[in-house]
Design a protein around this ligand. Sequence first.
Ligand SMILES: *Cc1c(COP(=O)(O)O)cnc(C)c1O
Length: 476
Amino acid sequence: MPEQHAGDDDRASRDLEINPVFSREPLRVPRYALPDAEMEPDTAYQVIHDELMLDGNARQNLATFVSTWAEPQARRLMNECAEKNMIDKDEYPQTAELETRCVHMLARLWHAEHPQRAIGCSTTGSSEAAMLGGLALKRRWQQRRRAEGRPTDRPNLVMGINVQICWEKFADYFEVEPRYVPMEGERFHLTAETATQLCDENTIGVVAVLGSTFDGSYEPVAGIAAALDDLQSRTGLDIPIHVDGASGAMIAPFLDPELEWDFRLPRVASINTSGHKYGLVMPGVGWALWRNEAALPEDLVFHVNYLGGDMPTFALNFSRPGAQIVAQYYNFLRLGFEGYRRVQQTCRDVATGLARRIAALGPFELLTDGGDIPVFAFRLRDGIEHFSVFDVSAGLREQGWLVPAYTFPAHRTDLAVLRIVVRNGFSHDLADLLLRDLRRVLARLDKQHEPHRDAEDAGGFAHGAETKNPRTPGRH
Ligand SMILES: *Cc1c(COP(=O)(O)O)cnc(C)c1O
């Protein structure tokens, strides 16, 4: 909230004091107001640099999915492109060309029928890509309904309650009723049967997640597609799938080539991924692709001037940095298929190895084992009542590790878990160190008589697995 200042009132009213070691004027600058005058660039740099040192240590952050490391050559290219605006296709035709090449590479990776005719675009991340994917579904449904002379005022979107918060935003911002399939028992994501049960003539599409943020599991995209095929043959309802592959669309092609989740399934209309997750780029890039022209209604596409010609664009933003797209192209060129496969396989090996050893410690039970995306969730075994997962998370935090603990959404709000995200750079060595610290924390927690922390104390720590606003899941 822009009008609120972080921290207590006392701090907010105080100026930012500059350490006199710099021996430069001014020694105080207002914290929340624009300073009256200029200062030396080196002083400004040092003030900000020092303050940012308080940000966490990315190496020990096992909460985020987003890249925290890039090769020096990728960083150099990003610096060289810092001033390039992605929308100025006319001015930076080569950057635009690299974007097009990335779209084509992804189209091949995801088995598009005609990759040379692939349609897709870069975005700021999977969230913007989800808005575009959802809008295309909504517009296609509206056009079909209007052609049939039927009402278009009650669109709905079917998905698991485990979807990332961007889908709740899409439904809210673009006025589509979200139909969430709740969790039930040991089922923590969408299944074929539960998805089709909520579909009707107003369903614009089904979102299938390849890599749930709650536990790292793949949803059964092929099974959902088959159930929707069956629904169509029984009822005539033809409901497309959008695959949210924020993480998994950059894991499955390399590690699970036999798994059919992509454009090989005719029912998959569109796919998104986060270039800045397992695409291995620094924050700020995602991708959205459609299987063909029919899947992306022409009236959603705008046209910008491009070398005297015309360039179609579909985006929520106008200006946007081009550096991340260049870095994505760098990674594709630098790693190739085999390089990506090795990086992702290492992440999976570290995740599954760490999961196995955590399960062997005694008090924990795995929900997932890191064998889909390299992310796994675990809970306390029944009978462990003298400490909570929130105590474990806090204990690890004292050692510098960020391992979020959170409760699941409806109908499993009783279930509290810890989650570990393994990213490029989290090595077997670091996993050993984490395990050593986890053993120490457990030795201390074993002396407790009752839990010290609960979900209330862990607010806002789940990074992408935030619990949704209370509302009736799966409401018709
Ligand atoms: C991270 C994530 C998102 C949001 O992606 P951003 O790139 O952070 O905008 C959406 N869906 C899933 C499944 C995710 O993991």
